[in-house]
Design a protein around this ligand. Structure first.
Ligand code: NDP
Length: 779
């Protein structure tokens, strides 16, 4: 094509990026071993890595064996102690890694595009700069970790498993915070796309990374399973599909391994009728055709206001026809290849089975592994394609009439990763953003990411955040570990009972009312001296269901102001104080505590209520400084309904310590009282009844922790479960929670010091961080 031809047609010409350097790095035999302890192993059992755009072989990579994983974990363990010693020394290494990525940016970008099929325009302008930014940001975190996170220490060795859609970027998201905090890592890249991780490993020595701090093992899902099951790994960080995330949750249940999961999504892209339509359409192109839609947070579900839908779809089809598909190394193309024929066939199967109106962009489809940009309209909200992640360049669309309906449709999904909303009305945008159930919300923008802005999901999109202080905290634990707990049995019935006064059977407390247990059973509570203190109901699965229903109905509490919640917590404290002597006597009778000790526990409980009342209106979100013309608001939202098993070692202080922070942050609770010493809780609900706590905000059950744990942890309307019980419920709770991937916080049969409010830990567990991105400026 001559220059004058180009001027005539104004067509984009090919602008190929050279692959010479990347091919030179791959070398002549193109076989790779594993990176363990700072050195390469000899290539072992090999599998092939292919360029999906050209269907060409790129390299042969080793399938790690169990022995290799053992060696990598051992190397990471050996390196961890000295790596954790100095934050300042770690900062220098992370800084060097950031510089190394910048210096080799072109090589990384080209290799990434060859391996994954993503356009080099994206790997060069988005993936690699974000990788460098992540290492810079976390160099700073390493420098500040000791002073800013006192009392927290690294987990130790982290096993990290990443998918194929952002191979290097996901590596950076995992490795940078782990290293900043003083952990060492064993990372497995995806089978389809291991090459940039190997390049990164190759360059680690140049950045001064000590041997063993970063270990890269390649292979398929079986290698991932080995990492998950390895007994000497302290934390698993996984990004990938919800199905595999669920398996990992179940496999790690009860092991004490820490876990964060970044999983799939079906994120809504909402367009209101007052939106700037041209911008919204360009946003949509970025939302669903960026990386060929193989993006966890892709705006794959278009919700467009009914009165503009026809025009919007028409304009969208015109824009789709202009998308250029082609070789990822051509800088002029918009949409690259699908990572692997297996994935392309999975996309095709889902689309072909659809009963919707399918529109495929009228683009030339190159040879190789490509799939055309596709729009499917006319689907009902319950259609499988409106619910299931397609993970390809396929947009599904439906319409709404009112903002309330938009919110309802947007939240009608088991996922909760991201959401985009497009409107020129700032009031509407800021009204809708908090109502969307998702970890990230983009206003008039989409797919904005930065190391300072927490990213992660709710519901079946996983738990934990990457980026910001939240992401750093996810790679650390409290320095103090509690002592082993033994189950505390209830005081046995005495041979000769002392029964005085009128019989009293404390009921359950559900929806603001005292309720008889559904099963009609109760048990006697005895003092150590053989006195009958009363009876308590034994709750069952139906009582759990009723309590969760009541808590769900009390949604208004989560929308109240922190100021109001503080007033109510102060009021609870005031009413408890008025009955302090009675509570102290009860504690002393139940647990045999000395009078002074029991009085101390009541005083500490009043103080704890004051503590959380103080925090109710002070756990501010933060405006995160992102390097673009936008503000990213990290907002602390309540989790929702939190199921709790109260501790047995401080029947009142422990109870108050778990209920109060949850309430302060706007959650509702279903709290199971201490099993051996339940009467402090049944007395406490009388205090709640007189303290203006709205019905359903706190529900108190009594009964067997081991019997109730599976039902509470398995309930789909419970957002999180905490257990501080002396019965070890950890495995049961984490296993049951795998079903809907709810958050858990369990004690693994270790006690904690209830005289310490553990403020930051409770705040973290009582909140979900939602990052709301608001770009600003004209033009
Ligand atoms: P998978 O869950 O299949 O794989 C992710 C990683 O886990 C790969 O390295 C994979 O190995 C490994 N793996 C597979 N099976 C197991 C197992 N049983 N135990 C341990 N590890 C295992 O996801 P994909 O690679 O197919 O990636 C696409 C999915 O990832 C999408 O659902 C997407 O939404 C999600 N994703 C989420 C992101 C987020 O931040 N929330 C970001 C990016 C993707 P191998 O590939 O070698 O089989």
């Amino acid at each position: 094509m001559s220059v004058s031809d180009i001027f005539q047609s104004m067509e984009y010409g090919p602008a190929p990026e050279s692959e010479a350097e990347a091919m030179a790095w791959l070398g002549s035999d193109r076989s790779f071993g594993l990176f363990i302890g700072g050195a390469w192993t000899a290539p072992g059992d090999l599998f092939e890595v292919r360029n999906p755009a050209r269907d060409q072989s790129l390299a042969q990579v080793t399938q790690a064996s169990a022995g290799d994983v053992d060696a990598a974990v051992a190397a990471a363990r050996r390196a961890q102690g000295s790596w954790a010693k100095s934050g300042a020394a770690r900062a220098r290494v992370l800084y060097a890694l950031a510089r190394m990525v910048q210096k080799q940016a072109r090589l990384f970008a080209v290799l990434e595009s060859l391996d994954s099929g993503k356009p080099v325009r994206e790997s060069r302008d988005i993936d690699v700069p974000l990788v460098a930014r992540h290492f810079y940001y976390h160099a700073g975190m390493a420098q500040l970790a000791d002073s800013e996170l006192p009392g927290r220490v690294p987990f130790g060795v982290c096993g990290q498993i990443v998918p194929w859609n952002f191979p290097l970027l996901m590596l950076a998201w995992k490795v940078a915070p782990a290293l900043a905090m003083g952990n060492t890592v064993v990372l497995k890249p995806a089978e389809y796309t291991p090459l940039t991780a190997l390049l990164f490993a190759d360059l680690c020595a140049q950045a001064g990374v000590p041997p063993g701090v970063i270990n890269i093992v390649t292979g398929d899902g079986a290698v991932g399973e080995m990492i998950v099951a390895h007994p000497d790994i302290d934390k698993i960080a996984f990004t990938g599909s919800t199905g595999v995330g669920r398996q990992i949750r179940a496999a790690t249940a009860g092991t004490g391994k820490a876990l964060t999961l970044e999983l799939g999504g079906k994120s809504p892209f909402i367009v209101f009728d007052d939106a700037d339509i041209d911008s919204a359409i360009e946003g949509l192109v970025d939302a669903i055709w960026f990386n060929g839609g193989q993006v966890c947070c892709a705006g794959s579900r278009l919700l467009v206001q009914e009165n503009i839908a026809e025009d919007f779809h028409d304009r969208l089809r015109v824009r789709m026809d202009k998308l250029r598909l082609g070789d990822p190394l051509d800088k002029c193309i918009d949409v690259g290849a699908i990572v692997h024929p297996v994935q392309r066939d999975a996309i095709a199967r889902l689309v072909d089975a659809s009963r919707g109106d399918i529109y495929r962009a009228a683009c030339d489809l190159p040879a190789g592994c490509f799939y055309p940009p596709t729009l499917i309209t006319g689907l009902s909200p319950a259609d499988p394609l409106m619910q299931e992640e397609i993970f390809g360049p396929v947009l599904v669309s439906t319409t709404f009439r009112t903002p309330a309906e938009a919110v309802e449709l947007a939240n009608n999904t088991r996922y909760g990763l991201a959401a985009t909303l497009w409107t020129e009305n700032v009031n509407l945008a800021l009204d809708i953003a908090p109502k969307l159930v998702s970890g990230v919300v983009w206003i008039n923008s989409t797919n904005l990411l930065d190391a300072a802005a927490p990213f992660g999901g709710v519901r079946e999109s996983g738990f934990g955040r990457e980026g910001g202080w939240e992401g750093l905290a996810a790679y650390s634990r409290l320095a103090i570990t509690g002592k082993p707990l033994k189950p505390v049995p209830p005081v046995a019935a005495p041979k000769s009972a002392v029964v005085t006064g009128l019989d009293r059977t404390a009921k359950l407390y559900i929806g603001g009312k005292q309720a008889r247990p559904d099963g009609g059973y109760s048990r006697a509570v005895w003092s150590g001296k053989g006195a009958l203190l009363g009876h308590v109901g034994l709750a069952n699965r139906k009582d759990i269901r009723n309590a969760v229903e009541a808590a769900q109905a009390a949604k208004g509490w989560s929308r109240t102001t922190g100021h109001l919640r503080a007033q109510i917590l102060y009021y609870i404290a005031e009413n408890l104080s008025a009955r302090a002597a009675e509570f102290a006597a009860r504690l002393s009778a139940m647990s045999g505590a000395r009078q002074a000790q029991a009085e101390g526990e009541v005083e500490a409980s009043i103080d704890r209520l004051f503590h959380w009342a103080a925090w109710a209106d002070k756990h501010d979100g933060a405006a995160r400084g992102v390097p673009m013309r936008a503000v990213a608001l990290a907002m602390n939202e309540p989790v929702g309904v939190i199921g709790q098993f109260a501790p047995d070692d401080a029947p009142l202080l422990g109870l108050v310590s778990v209920i109060a922070p949850a309430l302060a942050m706007g959650n509702r609770t279903v709290t199971v009282a201490s099993e051996p010493f339940p009467l402090a809780a049944t007395d406490f609900y009388q205090v709640l009844e007189t303290s203006d706590v709205p019905p359903g905000v706190v529900n108190i059950l009594t009964g067997s922790h081991t019997e109730l744990a599976p039902h509470l942890a398995g309930h789909m309307d419970v957002g999180a479960v905490w257990s501080f019980s002396s019965s070890d419920l950890s495995q049961t709770i984490e296993t049951e929670a795998a079903r809907d991937l709810k958050r858990t916080w369990v004690n693994h049969a270790r006690n904690r010091d209830w005289t310490d409010p553990s403020t930051r830990e409770f705040l973290g567990h009582a909140c979900e961080v939602k990052t709301v991105w608001i770009p600003f400026g004209e033009g």
